[in-house]
Design a protein around this ligand. Structure first.
Ligand code: GTP
Ligand code: ZN
Length: 197
């Protein structure tokens, strides 16, 4: 099938989003800042802006897939360098980086891709990095009841890089640990070593 207009494209947007209203608001916002959108290159810019924010705020639903831990696997499972793309709730500017997520299984193991999906689920909303980190850890604790969870997020906040203090390249690290990953010094050290080998 050939797509003829952008209306044919299925857009990522949060549930209930009104893209026409967002486009009008973006046009008014830019006009108030003295940015004209009347050239061939910019006449659709308010629409693009609305669609860009809608996409950055659109969570993707997913099925939680767990498997019985039949082999009794009892070592850490760690997925490193999961991309993080979120928006800081103060400036609505992106913060981007990586998350390292691990858990110590008990009765069930989790489909590995779900560790990346849960990061995305909590990232696609106005956030602070500390809350994002904690929410991923709490979700894993609640859904999987493992013997421990570790989440480390490393991100650059564009509101700190492109404006204000303009600290380009500054990276913020946050962590949320629970169960044995928090309380057992050996497991904690093993998780942190797996995060930064
Ligand atoms: N703790 C935390 N702070 C964040 C995060 N993202 C952005 N911020 C900070 O939120 C703060 C908002 O502070 P304000 O003083 O109200 O905003 P501002 O005047 O724009 O601050 P400056 O960026 O210092 O110019 C800033 O210090 C940001 O760096 C985050 O994920 N966690
Ligand atoms: Zn900010």
């Amino acid at each position: 099938m050939t797509l003829t207009t952008t209306d044919d494209l299925r857009l990522d947007a949060p549930p209930g989003a009104d893209l026409d209203a967002a486009e009008s608001a973006a046009r008014a916002f830019l006009a108030a800042l003295g940015v004209r959108c009347d050239s061939p290159g910019t006449e659709r810019s308010p629409r693009r802006m609305a669609e860009a924010y809608a996409a950055m705020l659109a969570p993707r639903p997913f099925a939680m897939t767990t498997f019985p831990n039949d082999e009794g696997y009892d070592e850490l499972v760690v997925v490193r360098s999961i991309p993080v793309q979120s928006l800081c709730e103060h400036h609505l500017l992106p913060f981007v980086g990586v998350a390292h997520v691990g858990y110590l299984p008990d009765g069930r193991i989790l489909g590995l891709s779900k560790l990346a999906r849960v990061v995305e689920m909590f990232a696609r909303r106005p956030q602070v990095q500390e809350r994002l980190t904690r929410q991923v850890a709490d979700w894993l604790d609640a859904e999987l009841a493992p013997r421990g969870v570790g989440v480390v997020v490393e991100a650059e906040h564009l509101c700190m890089a492109l404006r204000g203090v303009r600290a380009v390249g500054a990276v913020t690290t946050t962590s949320a640990l629970s169960g044995l990953v928090r309380d057992s010094p050996a497991t904690r050290a093993e998780f942190l070593a797996a995060v930064h080998p």
